[in-house]
Design a protein around this ligand. Structure first.
Ligand code: SF4
Length: 642
């Protein structure tokens, strides 16, 4: 053969950042472990950002060199784009092979082949053994219509009849999959010699013993949890730390559940002591908090390893929890965990799902308000009906009526036996403000004091903003209503990111708008003795908004009262000499869900420091706290910022 075959492995993340291509890395490392593939196929990984257009991806993939095989790692957010790219590829290379894999297409062959007939092969389940077998068949010049001997795939016999081969058992010994880090399969270094990604992705295990009705991990094949060895993980995190990975994001389903997780943390802490990296560990924490979880959290705190702890309650409605198969943890246990985490100084927030069967609009709002008295920062995700889940496979039982939008391939719930379409419409309006304002921390400190000092609930405050904006016809209100409409009418959740860009890029104007709402709608409802105090917290929330500034972009101006400073080679923005009539930073530091508020009028002046670079992370709320302004009582920036 005169040249190697060319295979492109293609991923696109959901966020607008350069995500580490972990799935493609596993596949490439597994494929290259076979000598025949190493010698016959040139494999390249293409990892696109969430905002990369189809035109850009098509140009990058097909217009410099034409591959022989394209393999797409599909999820609901990129499925249609990859379908379009498959169509283009077929025109450019009529005999090339097109492979789709990933949880969104697993066991969905009829639908995928119907929607995108250009797709040749679907990998069902884990791909690290199956995909190299497909490549070996290609090298052997087998017909793509006769791949009967490969377990765990679907293909089209004679380009017509869908054939699904027997499922492939899961990979019991995960260490048999070559490490994409230790084999140098995933690039770790950027052109400037730094770590290439904002965060390294890592799996310590695969599988989940739980059974949540909305999750595709709840199927039988994923039940058994399999682990990578401690030695391998140690070598991987040491390599990542050596290359100064700032953050590690674990892809495990329930970190903190297993004894091995504590050993992993012990190793991570020792490695951090040696290399000073990573600084941060994010994870989907175990649903039930055990001694192991508390040990891990304590050790992380002592080691200065940061994390934000998500408590994935999903709903407080007992009927919905039962249907969801998540009724095995009481609200009080969660509260104890919240109190413990807060007492230890950890950031924590709560996740809820709107729209689960058994839920009603009243029970949802009631649960939201009940939780917000303890943890105001609540993320609300609409229920998506994903393939291979209990909900998807039992939709008639729940009377599910769903719709897909024209951007992604998720099924959004319109109605079911306990939610009608009007209620759903109303909660989607609420959801817009809850996600924009609370989850993304446009206002973050005002919630607990308002709850403690007035009779207003968090949902009432958000709905008052909704009603007030609804009556207005100024440009800013019309723009916000336009974004709201895209969520309510088109189920386009990605619009939250656009709304955030809008708010922060025109912050003086939007700040003034929110201020008018506060003065006109909220102040009249607040007992007069608390209005000054709460208005100062409201002003503090706005003054500490992250600074949205894109160097070189003439459309976005740095606010006139901002100075730029360098600290430890990093750029910060500073607002100097901000006067308040209460010591707001100190009051907020001591605020907890149970204590009385100590409100003492005391004039104070401080500067506010903001980390630069927020525009890169604006739509990733896990990073937002790093960019929120921090008050400093003097102007010495020698205090830890961030
Ligand atoms: S939601 Fe989490 S706990 Fe539930 S089945 Fe999925 S991975 Fe497991």
């Amino acid at each position: 053969m005169s040249r190697k075959w060319k295979l492109w492995l293609i991923q696109q993340g959901v966020w607008d950042i350069e995500s580490m291509p972990l799935a493609a890395g596993y596949l490439k490392a597994a494929a290259l472990a076979r000598e025949i593939i190493r010698s016959e196929i040139d494999i390249r990984i293409f990892s696109f950002k969430g905002s990369d257009s189809i035109r850009y991806m098509a140009k990058s993939l097909y217009f410099e060199e034409i591959p022989d095989i394209v393999a797409f790692s599909t999820y609901g957010w990129n499925f249609n784009k990859f379908g379009a790219l498959a169509e283009t590829f077929r025109q450019i290379n009529p005999s090339g092979w097109i492979v789709f894999g990933g949880p969104h297409v697993t066991n969905q062959a009829e639908r995928v082949f119907r929607l995108y007939p250009q797709v040749d092969i679907i990998i069902n389940g884990e791909g690290e053994i199956t995909f190299p077998e497909v490549l070996s068949a290609y090298i052997a010049r087998k017909s793509k219509y006769e791949l009967y001997g490969i377990e765990g795939i679907s293909f089209k016999q004679d380009d017509k009849i869908v054939i699904t081969t027997p499922p492939r058992p899961v990979i019991e010994d995960l260490d048999t999959i070559p490490s994409p880090f230790l084999t140098n399969t995933i690039e770790l270094i950027n052109g400037r010699g730094g770590f290439k990604y904002d965060a390294a992705l890592l799996e310590t295990n695969r599988g989940c013993p739980h059974n949540c009705a909305f999750c595709s991990w709840s199927n039988d094949t994923q039940k058994k949890v399999r682990f990578f060895s401690r030695e391998r993980l140690h070598a991987e995190i040491e390599l990542l730390a050596y290359h100064k990975a700032p953050s590690i994001v674990l892809c495990d389903s329930n970190f903190g559940m297993f004894k091995d997780d504590e050993l992993f943390i012990d190793d991570l802490i020792r490695i951090k002591e040696k290399y000073c990296y990573p600084c941060n560990l994010e994870a989907s924490w175990s649903k039930n908090k055990s001694t192991t979880f508390f040990n891990i959290a304590r050790k992380m705190k002592l080691a200065g390893l940061q994390s934000s702890f998500t408590l994935a309650l999903q709903t407080l409605n007992s009927e919905a929890l039962t249907v969801m198969n998540r009724s095995n943890m009481g609200f009080n246990n969660y509260l104890d965990t919240v109190k413990w985490l807060k007492g230890e100084g950890f950031d924590c927030f709560i996740e809820l799902i709107w729209g689960a069967p058994g839920e009603t609009s009243e029970s949802f709002i009631q649960g939201y308000d009940q939780l917000s008295e303890f943890v105001p920062r609540i993320s609300v995700y609409p229920l998506l009906i994903l393939p291979n889940t209990h909900y998807s496979e039992n939709r008639d039982e729940y009377g599910l009526v769903t719709v897909r939008n024209n951007k992604d391939d998720f099924e959004y719930v319109l109605s079911h036996r306990t939610i009608n379409i009007e209620d759903n419409h109303q909660i989607y309006r609420f959801l817009f403000w809850a996600r924009l304002i609370v989850e993304n921390m446009v206002f973050r400190n005002i919630w607990l004091p308002v709850r403690k000092l007035t009779s207003l609930t968090q949902s009432q405050v958000l709905l008052s903003l909704d009603r007030w904006i609804e009556q207005r016809s100024d440009e800013a209100s019309l723009t916000l209503k336009g974004y709201r409409s895209k969520i309510v009418n088109d189920f386009d959740i990605s619009v939250i990111s656009e709304a955030l860009h809008y708010i922060y890029s025109d912050s003086p104007n939007l700040s003034a708008l929110f201020h008018r709402w506060w003065n006109e709608e909220l102040l009249p409802l607040i007992p007069i003795r608390f209005t000054d105090f709460l208005s100062e917290i409201f002003r503090y929330d706005q003054l500490t908004w992250p600074i949205y500034y894109i160097p070189g972009d003439s459309k976005v101006k740095l606010p006139g009262d901002i100075k730029i400073i360098l600290y430890n080679d990093e750029q910060y923005y500073v607002r100097e000499k901000q006067k308040f009539f209460f010591n707001i930073p100190s009051i907020l530091e001591g605020i907890t869900c149970s204590d009385e508020l100590a409100i003492e009028r005391k004039e104070i002046e401080f500067s506010i420091y903001y980390k630069s670079g927020f525009y890169n992370y604006i739509d990733n709320q896990e990073f937002t706290p790093l960019y929120i302004g921090k008050a400093r009582l003097n102007e010495e920036p020698n205090i830890k910022i961030g």
